[in-house]
Design a protein around this ligand. Sequence first.
Ligand code: ADP
Ligand code: MG
Length: 344
Amino acid sequence: MFLENLKRGSVLLLLVFLLLACQQQIEKSQYPLHYSDAIFGTSFTIKASLIPESVNSNSVKKQIKQLLDGLNGQMSTYQQDSALSLINQNISSEWITVSESLYEVLKQANNISELSNGAFDITVGPLVNLWGFGPDGLSYTAPTDEKIKKTLVNTGFKYLLFNDEKKQIKKEVISLYLDLSAIAKGYAVDRVGLLLEANGIENYMVEIGGELRLKGLNINKKPWRIAVEKPTTDKRMIQKVLPLTDISLATSGDYRNFFEVEDIRFSHTIDPRSGKPITHKLASITILSDTTMKADALATALMVLGAEQGYQLAEKENIAALFIIKTEDGFVEKVSSSFVEKLR
Ligand code: ADP
Ligand code: MG
């Protein structure tokens, strides 16, 4: 889901944002590298609290811009000539050679699909589009059950095959359509982090559309302080502040990207089992992990599974997860054991 959000005027999922605006203002002038712009239909912010003397921050910014544009050109479903779009348009069952980056993301997506028993599934693309959350934009009407059933037939991560040696993929169902929106932002964050490290930068924060990677310390020589947003649609409020370092964080939630028809709210997260948007009481989920790509995909996986099944999976697989659940008495938090450990 790359470029659509700006286009259709909805504010994308900045579920996680940096603390108080005034504090940001003070910090902004002090960070030797501070770069904010737009990519993938959302915004990004990159900060480094310390950079080697020999490193020119403008040159690093240029490298970042080039990297992000390149990734967009590979993984966007909004760019008709992206590598991913060409694969989607290729109605055949032949083996296709893909770039190392694309292969890595597709493979990781597959791993998370296996782990979540299909709750995370990049082949839900046609359903995302059917519900109006894809490149064609919102339709504001729910599709018929018949249409959903027909579309479901052409989905399923098991229909995408991999050849690790040749870095090739194959669509067993020729019309298989892949949507990397729930994992590509996370991957891009990791790649920017690695780019900074290659430039000798070891204290940084990289954030794209609410998915973050943190390393070292902030400008005050303290762990980065990251606010998880309260999952409300009207005002932006802080639910919790987490002091974090050397870790990645991603959040999924249904309170910013949705549409309402006759008082029923349709989320942009699709349950691949039913072909319909999720309807349960889990308002948002935050994942901590060693890579942002994993955190990003796991956040969507657990969002699909919901508070109970999601919690069970988090406990079984040692996933660090913070659930924010809607109840009649307001929002209730639940954390997995691994989340508690990671914050210790
Ligand atoms: P969030 O922050 O809520 O996770 P993302 O943009 O990261 O939002 O991911 C949501 C997008 O992922 C949807 O717009 C859709 O394109 C895609 N998607 C929806 N449901 C699934 C799913 N079950 N598995 C993988 N991707 C999905
Ligand atoms: Mg996400």
